[in-house]
Design a binder for this molecule. Structure first.
Ligand SMILES: C[S@@+](CC[C@H](N)C(=O)[O-])C[C@H]1O[C@@H](n2cnc3c(N)ncnc32)[C@H](O)[C@@H]1O
Length: 217
């Protein structure tokens, strides 16, 4: 059955559109919320799960003085784009891009090997967010942080208006609302807490996106 909250991320045209919309999705409001929740202290190893075109990983490296970037995604087309995005990023000493499907596989990284883990616009796409976040908790180091960024439920009209202004057909946005906005803010905070993360905090943007972060002690 078609997953209305998940596009075909093997389609090169969709991959390009996802990359082209990066700056719109990771805008000033996002970075302000991110810094408020996570700070700007250096984080040596950063990892993005469902890393897509890798542009966020490249920015994390630059902003957090990271030396190692790790991306995981099920789409080889996305990983190909990410390879280019992570080549020659200033300050990076090594990067790895691995293919895995979180609906079937764990995260292919060692336990307690990541200082900052992230997933952007991905949690609503996985079949078991709790199983995925249990894996995220395993790979984050003690004193590390995990960030979820995704659309949230609760404001259908705003979702349709904002997605339409970004170029999505309004009827398509209406159809996608319950699927792309699968979780509420409370759901996402609760999922982070029940995976083991503590001091969970979140900031809602435009009523339709949340940046939520939890610490591992
Ligand atoms: C909406 S895109 C977001 C990409 C990137 N995080 C960004 O914000 O630019 C969702 C990404 O998650 C990946 N993804 C979705 N479900 C996945 C799964 N079960 N396992 C691994 N990757 C998955 C897709 O291949 C796609 O690259």
């Amino acid at each position: 059955m078609t997953h209305l909250g998940k596009a075909d991320w093997t389609d090169p045209e969709r991959v390009r559109r996802m990359a082209d919309s990066y700056k719109l999705r990771y805008d000033t409001a996002f970075w302000q919320a991110f810094e408020e929740l996570v700070g700007t202290d250096p984080r040596e190893v950063v990892a993005d799960f469902g890393c897509g075109p890798g542009l966020l990983l490249a920015d994390l490296v630059k902003r957090l003085a990271s030396t190692v970037a790790r991306g995981v995604d099920e789409s080889p087309e996305m990983l190909g784009y990410a390879e280019t995005a992570l080549t020659d990023v200033d300050g990076i000493e090594s990067h790895s891009l691995q293919q895995a499907n979180f609906d079937e596989d764990g995260i292919p990284l060692d336990s307690e090997s990541v200082d900052l883990g992230f997933c952007g616009f991905m949690l609503h796409e996985v079949s078991s967010p709790s199983a995925f976040l249990a894996e995220a908790f395993r790979v984050v180091r003690r004193e590390g942080v995990y960030v979820v960024y995704d659309y949230v439920s609760g404001n259908r009209d705003a979702f349709i208006r904002i997605m339409s202004s970004g170029g999505m057909d309004p009827s398509r946005a209406a159809k996608r609302y319950p699927h792309m906005c699968k979780h509420s803010v409370d759901d996402i905070e609760g999922l982070l807490r029940s995976s083991g993360f503590q001091d969970v905090q979140s900031i809602v943007l435009d009523g339709i996106r949340v940046v939520a972060a939890g610490l591992k002690y």
